[in-house]
Design a protein around this ligand. Structure first.
Ligand code: ATP
Ligand code: MG
Length: 407
């Protein structure tokens, strides 16, 4: 069993009595994400950190990529295991480690920080720090010691296993998946909704998703784009049940019976109603998520959001509400959805959109307009729900599960 990574987490450390629940969720998600990486991994909780070991050779780059998709991790330190536990063995390994890690680039200050979990170890921590520091200075004369504000720290952990490390790569942050329930993401093909889903999932929330499809006005390519975005998201969130709802008849009915400048806002209200019904049929799913951002387009003014929001009773999370478009696009780049979002496929809203949609809808007027649909509304919603196709979207693969909610 060789040491592989030391994983650090921050926020879950302050959760009091629930701390072990968070740590266990994190440990399990780490193992889950590493399932797809070559190597036989195990993970154990040690002193407010998680130590990942590999029983076999493993692909370091793939493992780091997998760990960077785990919510709750703030730092990933690749560790080097030292097999010779004698002080001389550890000193020699530290010199080798510096040579391999920093090569010719040793113009920096450093210190050594030893943690002696195994108190039976014959040399005390401070003494070990000094011995290793001295050996490093002797071998690499451009190095300087700075114990107060070093540029690099060589960490030595003395326990059943002995390992050293000095590099910490950033993690995704947030809270471990599943520690905060489940929510239904309204997922369209743009930049916003995938980022919104990511942000809520990062707070420990599992995702389900719904896409409103409008064939033949929208193409299969547009639908595929949403599936592809779901796949990227699921590399962080685990499998996502993506509901595909046929929205065409609702859209046509609104088009025929309501003022065209009200089309988008009424459509949005139907989306909220249907998404809420799907969420109500999903165990533990207690909120909706959209990619709305205040003022971004006509349907996202304060008044529009007020009118949209009124259609659903569940809490609606809009994590992008205060973000500029460019910030959202940058985030999409960071999480890996930007490239797919940038593809130029139409969605149902762009096809029927009026030249001058209302920017200040009035709830009473919109409700009055919806009365024109009263006779067919329930039937249309029922038919839309009936059309539900659930796709279990997974990173790298997906399978169609038919029209029932997949378990
Ligand atoms: P996005 O970038 O997420 O497509 P957008 O800037 O295009 O958003 P709108 O088209 O106004 O914004 O949609 C606002 C939100 O409504 C979206 O972020 C998404 O959550 C939801 N939404 C819009 N169209 C659909 C759809 N066809 N299917 C599912 N959700 C949708
Ligand atoms: Mg859109």
């Amino acid at each position: 069993m060789a040491g592989a990574f030391l994983v650090k987490y921050a926020e879950i450390g302050v959760k009091g009595k629930n701390r072990h629940v968070f740590e266990e969720a994190l440990r399990l998600d780490i193992l889950k994400k590493l399932e797809n990486v070559e190597g036989d991994f195990s993970a154990e909780r040690i002193n407010g950190r998680i130590f990942v070991s590999a029983a076999s050779d493993f692909d370091k780059e793939d493992a780091i990529a997998a760990l960077s998709h785990v919510f709750g991790i703030v730092g990933i330190s690749p560790v080097t295991e030292v097999t010779d536990h004698s002080p001389e063995g550890i000193i020699a390994a530290s010199v080798d480690y510096f040579r391999e890690t920093y090569g010719d680039d040793m113009n920096f200050t450093f210190k050594v920080d030893t943690r002696r979990a195994d108190k039976r170890y014959p040399v005390k921590s401070m003494e070990m720090d000094a011995k290793i520091g001295e050996a490093l200075l002797q071998n690499f004369n451009s190095l300087k010691v700075d114990v107060h504000n070093p540029m690099e720290v060589l960490h030595l952990e003395l326990r059943d296993q002995v390992f050293i490390y000095s590099k910490t790569l950033p993690g995704a942050g947030g809270l471990p998946l599943g520690t905060n329930g489940r929510a239904m993401l309204l997922l369209s093909g743009g930049f916003d909704s995938p980022v919104a889903g990511y942000m809520v999932a990062r707070r420990g929330v599992y995702l389900d998703a719904v896409y409103f499809d409008a064939p033949p006005y929208t193409s299969d390519r547009a639908k595929q784009k949403v599936i592809d975005l779901g796949k990227i998201l699921s590399s962080y969130t685990g499998p996502i049940r993506l509901h595909i709802i046929n929205f065409t008849d609702i859209q046509m009915a609104i088009y025929k019976n309501c003022r065209h400048d009200q089309l988008t806002i009424i459509m949005r209200r139907y989306m909220m109603r249907i998404a809420e019904k799907l969420a109500q049929d999903t165990p533990d799913c207690l909120a909706l998520i959209t990619g709305e951002s205040l003022g971004q387009v006509a349907s996202q003014t304060m008044k529009s959001i007020f009118v949209t929001d009124e259609a659903a009773n569940m809490p609606v999370f809009r994590p992008l509400i205060g973000f500029d478009k460019q910030t959202i696009i940058n985030m999409a780049g960071e999480i890996g959805t930007a490239e797919v979002s940038a593809l130029p496929y139409e969605d149902c809203c762009t096809i029927f959109v009026a030249k001058h949609p209302v920017t200040k809808p009035n709830l009473n007027i919109i409700k009055a307009s919806e009365m024109n649909l009263q006779a067919v509304s329930d039937e249309l919603v029922a038919a839309a729900l009936e059309s539900d196709k659930v796709i279990l979207v997974k990173a790298g693969e997906f399978k169609v599960c038919g029209s029932e909610n997949a378990e």
